[in-house]
Ligand binder design. Structure first.
Ligand code: TRP
Length: 452
């Protein structure tokens, strides 16, 4: 049933753009700067880079490969590729299903803030460089229960409607149009931020590491961010891989997606941190950092209101691309395994996200004291997905490919049945996913969670 009429991406470059569309999102514009700020700057960035190269990219390559090999959703793929009797591998897919709901719960909340900021920017409500005023605008938004839930609902309706249009038309069309513009606006922001008086301190914060700030918790957070930014560890890349073309160069495409994703994050960092120091914001402000600093930079340049509006609009679109790829995991599972129509599957997933999402959206008001492990619902879903489920999914995917799937099949798949001469790359990937990557994730996970 699943393999006969599967939708797919229609061109090699379209595959690249759609995959970038999944990877680039609030992870780059919002999460990366916030976490870099709260975790001490350059040292965190360095660990994050290592995690991306040694862990994120290898997982991305083999996860995408598995999906293309099986041409199926995150659960069915493991059913097809695992040896008979080893049914437990498909729990990776179920973990991904759960992780998708948890991530969407808080992601839709932050996307809602972005949507709200599009309108606030357009109406000139954000034109301030004063940290106190900026903090009160953001605080007013997130601490109002009605407003937070309203914007989250708008996000879920918009995203649900787009996913119902189908993979190739919906996702590709959206992803194709936005990236270059967002990139350009970020460049403009960087120039302005770097020319502000007092900006040098921000550059030092971002690029001169202070190694004393690197703790096991910081390393786990950097690792979680690497997974989150590349959309790996929970079946998104696997599901996208299942729509890849047969002749797509997987190591090449994923490496380019990783570089594009990294460049956008670095630009966001360079746009934000010099301004943070120039205007006297607190680098460790957390989730509010971007929402206060970006308007301040725009306010200090000509045409600020217009550009600010466009910026938040493009960020909203980037968040749509990422959310579509998150939704695709449960939607493909429900459609291919349980015979749901795509529309029905999308609707059910959106409703499930709302169940988790509403408590998350109320985390700065009604549910602020509803704590588990000392975390409110928003922080809990974030922590549980990025710092637990994604790394765990990453370990299991690596162990599966490194020890069960094996080198001969990996060679066949990653070389497109011998069409590509990339043997050294494949050997390196195999060595990493068999030993280095799972072991590093395990050590970081156990240390970071204070298991030892
Ligand atoms: N990578 C996206 C971002 O940076 C978010 C995302 C999309 C994601 N799909 C994912 C994160 C799968 C983890 C897993 O905004």
């Amino acid at each position: 049933m699943a393999s006969t009429a599967r939708d797919g991406f229609t061109s090699t470059f379209g595959v690249f753009l759609a995959t970038v569309g999944s990877a680039v999102g609030l992870g780059n514009i919002w999460k990366f700067p916030s976490l870099t700020g709260t975790n001490g700057g350059a040292g965190f960035l360095l660990v994050y880079l290592l995690a991306t190269l040694l862990v994120g990219l290898p997982v991305m390559i083999v996860e995408t490969m598995l999906g293309r090999a099986a041409r199926a959703n995150a659960i069915t793929t493991f059913e097809r590729e695992a040896p008979k009797g080893q049914w437990w591998w498909k729990s990776i897919g179920w973990m991904g299903f759960a992780a998708a709901l948890f991530i969407l719960a808080f992601y839709s909340d932050v996307a809602g803030w972005v949507y709200a900021y599009v309108f606030k920017a357009a109406f000139g409500e954000l034109t301030t460089t004063d940290p106190k005023a900026a903090a009160s605008i953001f605080g007013g938004l997130v601490s109002s229960p009605g407003t937070s839930v309203f914007w989250q609902a708008v996000v879920l309706v918009v995203t649900g409607a787009i996913i119902m249009l189908g993979v190739a038309r919906g996702i590709e069309a959206v992803a194709r149009k936005l990236m270059p513009l967002l990139f350009l606006l970020l460049l403009v922001l960087c120039v302005r931020s770097l020319t502000l008086p007092g900006s040098a301190e921000g550059l030092a914060f971002l690029f001169r590491p202070d190694f004393s700030k690197i703790t096991p918790g910081v390393i786990l957070t950097a690792l979680g961010l690497a997974f989150f930014k590349l959309s790996v560890g929970m079946g998104t890349m696997l599901t996208y891989g299942s729509y890849f073309r047969e002749n797509q160069n997987i190591p090449g495409t994923t490496a380019r997606v990783m570089l594009a994703d990294l460049s956008i994050s670095l630009l966001a960092g360079i746009a934000i941190f010099p301004a943070v120091f120039a205007f006297g914001f607190e680098p460790a402000s957390g989730p509010s950092l971007v929402f206060m600093t970006i308007p301040a930079v725009f306010t200090s340049m000509p045409g600020g209101t217009l550009f600010m509006t466009i910026f938040f609009f493009l960020t909203a679109i980037a968040s749509v691309g990422a959310m579509l790829s998150l939704l695709e995991v449960p939607v493909a599972i429900l459609a291919e395994r349980y015979g749901f129509g795509r529309k029905q599957a999308a609707l059910c997933t959106i409703l499930a996200v709302a169940v988790f999402g509403i408590p998350a959206a109320l985390s700065n008001s009604v549910t602020a004291d509803l704590k588990l492990f000392g975390l409110n619902p928003f922080d809990l879903f974030d922590f549980l997905s990025s710092n637990v489920l994604l790394p765990l999914g990453g370990i299991l995917i690596c162990l599966f490919v490194g020890w069960i799937y094996g080198l001969p099949q990996l060679r066949d798949q990653l070389s497109n049945h011998g069409d590509l001469s990339n043997a050294p790359v494949i050997n390196a990937v195999f060595f990493l996913v068999r030993y280095v990557t799972p072991l590093s994730i395990a050590v970081v996970l156990l240390h970071g969670l204070k298991v030892f």
